[in-house]
Ligand binder design. Sequence first.
Ligand code: PAZ
Length: 385
Amino acid sequence: MSADGSSINTAHRTQSSPAIENAIDRSAPTFTAAIEKDETTYFDTNPPPPELEEFSRIAEEFVNLHCSHQRRVVLVTSGGTTVPLENQTVRFIDNFSAGTRGATSAEYFLEAGYAVIFLHRQFSLLPYSRHYSHSTNCFLDFLAEAPTDGSSRNTIVARDEYAAEMISVLRKYKHAKREKLLLLLPFTTITSYLFLLRELAMKMRPLGGKALFYLAAAVSDFFVPRERMAEHKIQSGEFAEKDGEMEFVNPAGPGSGKKLIIDLDPVPKFLKRLVESWAPEGMIVSFKLETDPKLLITKCNMALKRYSHHLVIGNLLQTRKYEVVFVDQESTTWLRLPQNTKGEANSGGKFTAKRDPEVEALIVPEVVRRHGALIWHVVAATRSS
Ligand code: PAZ
């Protein structure tokens, strides 16, 4: 796993726009917020990711650097968490998120002058390289062989129609790298994500109110706790030892009555711990995804009430690429791409040099404005006390 993120990932495509009739019913039971005891139990009984210490050290250096420049730092979480079914994992439960929201938002935060810690699902979309990976077209489609100059040297160039756009992306990417403004930290499982979220939040404490948490990852609600997890690959039948050898004795098959029943526990709702204990001074923005439009605002308000954080950004699976709703203690405000860009918000597989309009271009400046107002408020309150 690389924390440097300099390479371009070429992961397989992810289905990110399922038909609404096939979408998962998320009307799951309502969970209560985690308390300190749940935190101790969870982190004591589930194994930390091997990279925890290394990432913690890298994050500390990153925060110190940007603290010394009095820069605001945002932790953007992005992509889906997996729920492994076996300790030596062959199979896992996953979700649809490709990391588009997170990767796109990270670019707009960098543009707004933030340093970005990008905690993302491994092989999901990354800022800047996202323009050329996971797209309908292979990155090779953006390239062409340059006319030969008579020598035997081969040269590859960006195709004319993409060159201007690519140079602009390349310059921004190089700038972010050169100035150490972007830290890429990958996770895969729900447990790794939670360990890293807690660790990074604590490392960001020296930033005080300049820390922003933008939690766009699609985090699993259920998981298999370590003590109930199978060690080896789950088999489709049973084996018994006979004369020192393993024998297949009880195959599963249609009509055999055998089923694989997966018993999942709820993942503790650690947002409350983030707000109260891990990052008490930072601004915390969570996302809420629903499929039923009638539930969205109610669920956003429920989250706000339960966790007492600053802002919930609600979105619907099918429309998330062109509209979101900001819900806070005072108001409910929709942000939408203009109507005439609605149908084109996602190019739907067409190969085009023109960039699709991005709703993150509306979301991020508004979050930045609110973060600025909060910082100002805290400074004013401190002065007058
Ligand atoms: O990764 P993506 O762009 O396809 O999707 C983004 C999203 C819908 C996962 C994000 O906007 C979101 O709502 N995250 C929180 C999901 C939740 O309710 O847990």
